[in-house]
Design a protein. Structure first.
Length: 430
């Protein structure tokens, strides 16, 4: 059977689907990269917020429309199915098979048998199997845990991903060792909340232990950690990230807001002053550290005063990277039942205003790299330029670096930065 896989949503989905591809190949199936060549197309979906759900549904109908032309069987899997299985099955009968959040081997068996598979309890982690690179990139996402036990009032994820479940340090290490043997130069650790890693297995926050283990592996590579929950980012985690040489000094800390009133409504425990103190301490110890965050505007009850406090907070911290999102009212969350909803147009205006402010900050923050030598990872070519990233950018969410010089995908090069705009940098190979 020839199987094509299309991935939507977060990097955890990408990691899951590469493991699924490996299981399918082990079972004698061929992985193809063009739907015209596929007997079966597997579409992985996202259900985090309204925009993600809309994108998933649009893609489902797009693949349904192409079924008659190409003659494939359509399997839709993932978070959207886990959350809305009964509704989807009723509304889109053209889909051949529905699969929720399940173990890759069970998914492969279900695909072979042509049966739906939606577990009562989502199966979010699994033992390591050799995975297949679906994108041929010099980096790889490695899922260290999934699910969440935190109490953020806006988040629907626990309803379809369940409670925290972590993979063992040994299992993750085996996966990373294989990825390094295959030539990967950057290992990106992902979870719903990486600060929670290991609490269920080791009865403590075990991220520092995992980082030390991975840092000890042979080879030249970066380790990047994403999704550090600000309320649970401890001194031990920060110290491990700052001290270990292969761990990039990139702190992805989604604070979500800067108004104490809104932070409390969101179910967050650290105040804006505590957040400022923590983030400032990172910069005091490593001045070039990159701080990235995510912000939600338009949360129920957010006033103009709250928004002004948020802008002041952002100006004080001077985040290097910032993503701003309009609040999505998700059924089943605590915030869904809050009153004082913010007008969507008002929320959109606030998002645009915040992003304009951040563009100025980002531009200013990049000034410090002009004239400096940085390690650069080649990811491709665009015209006369090599295209890639330094340690200061994460893939898919941040800017890129354009470099004049020679090199091939997967090379580490030393470059000097010449100029930049709000998000991207330009340089040349030394």
């Amino acid at each position: 059977m020839r199987v094509g896989i299309k991935v939507l949503g977060c990097p955890k989905n990408e990691a899951d689907c590469e493991v699924l591809a490996g299981v399918l190949r082990e079972g004698g199936h061929e992985i193809v990269f063009d739907v015209k060549d596929a007997d079966v197309v597997v579409l992985d979906t996202c259900a985090f917020i309204e925009d993600a759900k809309r994108e998933s549904i649009d893609e489902i109908f797009s693949f349904v429309d192409a079924k008659d032309q190409y003659g494939y069987k359509l399997v839709v899997k993932g978070c959207l199915v886990q959350r809305y299985y009964e509704e989807l099955k009723k509304e889109v009968p053209e889909v051949d098979q529905w699969i929720g959040v399940a173990d890759p081997e069970e998914i492969a068996n279900a695909i072979e048998n042509g049966t739906d598979l939606v577990p009562d309890q989502p199966e979010t982690v699994y033992r390591y199997r050799k995975r297949i690179d679906l994108e041929e990139r010099p980096y790889a996402y490695v899922k260290i845990s999934d699910g969440c036990d935190r109490g953020c009032t806006f988040c629907s994820i626990p309803s379809f991903k369940g409670s925290l479940r972590s993979r063992s340090i040994e299992d993750i290490t085996r996966e990373v060792e294989d990825l390094l043997k295959e030539g990967k130069k950057e290992i990106i650790l992902v979870a719903q909340d990486t600060t929670s890693y290991g609490i269920d297995l080791y009865r403590k926050q075990a991220l520092p232990d995992l980082l030390r283990r991975l840092n000890s592996l042979n080879g030249e590579f970066w380790i990047r950690v994403m999704y550090l929950h600000p309320d649970h980012l401890t001194e031990e985690i920060i110290s491990a990230m700052l001290e270990l040489d292969k761990v990039v000094k990139y702190f992805d800390v989604p604070v979500q807001h800067g108004s104490d009133k809104i932070l409390k409504l969101m179910g967050r425990t650290k105040s804006s002053e505590e957040l400022k103190k923590m983030l400032s301490s990172i910069r005091e110890r490593f001045p070039d550290a990159v701080l990235r965050t995510s912000i939600i505007v338009g949360f129920p009850g957010e006033t103009e005063e709250d928004f002004e406090e948020l802008k002041q907070f952002v100006e004080e911290i001077q985040f290097d990277k910032l993503g701003a999102f309009v609040y999505s009212d998700e059924e089943g969350t605590v915030a869904f039942n809050l009153k004082e909803k913010v007008d969507p147009e008002m929320a959109k205006r606030r998002q645009e205003e915040l992003l304009l402010l951040q563009a100025e900050i980002s531009n200013s923050r990049l000034d410090r790299f002009v004239g400096k030598k940085l390690k650069f990872l080649v990811e491709g070519k665009e015209g006369k330029f090599l295209v890639g990233r330094t340690w200061t950018e994460a893939p898919e969410v941040d800017g890129v670096v354009f470099v004049r010089g020679k090199g091939k995908i997967g090379d580490f090069l030393e470059v000097v930065i010449k100029e930049h705009d709000e998000y991207d940098m330009w340089g040349s190979v030394i």
